[in-house]
Design a binder for this molecule. Structure first.
Ligand code: GLU
Length: 321
C-alpha cells in the first residue's frame, strides 16, 4: 500500500506495518490543539490500515493534574477513537527506563551531573531548548555528590532527517543543546529517554505530533542510534496558536473540549488540517464523519507550516484567523 501523500518519498507502507500512537501528558484536559494531533495521528494510521496506540505520558507527577489521565481517556472514547491493545502508562515502565540508562552508563554514553539550574543559567549559553549545558561534569575524575541527574554525551555532528511535512531537518546537538538530561536530579525520567524506549517497545513506525516537538526529534534519533533502535518516520503538524501566537495549552487557558460538540470540533480540526469537508457535513453522524475522514485523509493537503492561528468565541466556537 502506498501513502496517499504525493509529496513524501519516505512513507511507503505495507499492510500491517504501520503502528502509530497518540501520547498525551496528563498535565491538563484535552483541548482543540491536542484533538488535532490525536485526529491526524489516528487518520494517518487508520487510512493506511495501521494500528494506533494510546500512551499516557505520566512521567512528571509534579506537573500532573489529578484525574486528568482518566478524563483524557473518557474524552477520546466520547470522540469515537478506538486504540489497539491496552493503554500504555509511562508510570508502569520505570524499569525499562532504568535498563536503558544502565546500558548508556555502562557503555560510557551517560554521566552523573550535580549542576544546579542556576549554575547552567549563569554559564549563559543559549540553546534551542533553554540554556545549553556547558559540560561541567562531563569529565570529572570524581563524580559530583548529592542528588545527581544523568546526562547523555552528545556529538559535535548534525543529526538530520526528513520530516514528512516539514521537509529536511538538521540539528547539531553539541552546538544547539549540549549534553541533555536522561534522569532528573529529583528522580523523574526525562521525556526524551522515555519516549524513545516506549516508541521502540511498541514498534511505532510513524510518529505524528505537533511542531513544538521538532527540536526534540534529533535528540530522539541520536538516542535511537546509540541504543540500536529503529527510527520511525516523523511528521510534525502545525500547532494551533492563539491571536498572540501562543500555543493553545493549559497555560494559555485553552478551554477543555466540551461534551456534545464532538462532530463540530472534529469538523473544525479537519478543516485546520486542510481536509475539505463534504457539503453534507452538517447532516453526518460522528461515525459517518470518521468513516469519511479515514477514507479521504490526504497528507498533501495539510498546511506545510508550523502554526495555525485560531480564535475561540463562546457563542460561535472556533475559527481560523
Ligand atoms: N507527551 C507529549 C505532549 O503531550 C507528546 C509526546 C510525543 O508525541 O512524542 O506534548
Amino acid at each position: 500500500m502506498h501513502c496517499r501523500c504525493k509529496r513524501c518519498s519516505v512513507a511507503e507502507v505495507l499492510p500491517g506495518q504501520y503502528v502509530g500512537r497518540f501520547a498525551p501528558s496528563p498535565t491538563g484536559e484535552l483541548h482543540i490543539g491536542s484533538l488535532l494531533t490525536a485526529v491526524a495521528s489516528y487518520l494517518d494510521a487508520r487510512s493506511l490500515g495501521g494500528k494506533w496506540i494510546l500512551r499516557i505520558e505520566d512521567l512528571d507527577p509534579p506537573r500532573e493534574v489529578p484525574g486528568a489521565s482518566l478524563r483524557i481517556i473518557r474524552t477520546l472514547e466520547r470522540y469515537g477513537f478506538c486504540w489497539d491493545g491496552d493503554v500504555v502508562w509511562q508510570h508502569q515502565r520505570h524499569d525499562t527506563y532504568a535498563d536503558g540508562l544502565d546500558f548508556l552508563r555502562k557503555n560510557g554514553f551517560a554521566y552523573p551531573c550535580g549542576c544546579s539550574r542556576k549554575r547552567v543559567r549563569e554559564a549563559g549559553l543559549q540553546g534551542v531548548d533553554g540554556w545549553r549545558y556547558p559540560g561541567f561534569c562531563r569529565n570529572l575524575a570524581v563524580a559530583a555528590e548529592g542528588q545527581l541527574a544523568w546526562r547523555l554525551k552528545v556529538d559535535d555532528q548534525a543529526v538530520a532527517y526528513v520530516d514528512r511535512l516539514q521537509g529536511v531537518q538538521s540539528q547539531n546537538l553539541a552546538e544547539e543543546l549540549g549534553d541533555f538530561v536522561l534522569l532528573r536530579a529529583d528522580g523523574c525520567w526525562a521525556y526524551q529517554l522515555a519516549v524513545v524506549l516506549d516508541d521502540a517497545a511498541a514498534g511505532i513506525s510513524h510518529v505524528v505530533r505537533g511542531s513544538d516537538l521538532l527540536d526534540s526529534t534529533p535528540r530522539q534519533i541520536y538516542l535511537q542510534r546509540i541504543l540500536g533502535l529503529p527510527t520511525p518516520q516523523y511528521m510534525h503538524l502545525p500547532v494551533l496558536v492563539n491571536a498572540a501566537g501562543e500555543k493553545l495549552s493549559k497555560q494559555t487557558l485553552a478551554p477543555a473540549l466540551q461534551e456534545g460538540l464532538e462532530s463540530e470540533m472534529l469538523g473544525f480540526v479537519l478543516k485546520c488540517l486542510g481536509q475539505e469537508l463534504p457539503s453534507f457535513f452538517p447532516e453526518m453522524s460522528l461515525a459517518e464523519l470518521w468513516e469519511w475522514a479515514i477514507s479521504n485523509w490526504t497528507v498533501s493537503k495539510i498546511p506545510q507550516c508550523k502554526a495555525i492561528s485560531v480564535e475561540y468565541a463562546p457563542k460561535s466556537g472556533y475559527k481560523i484567523l
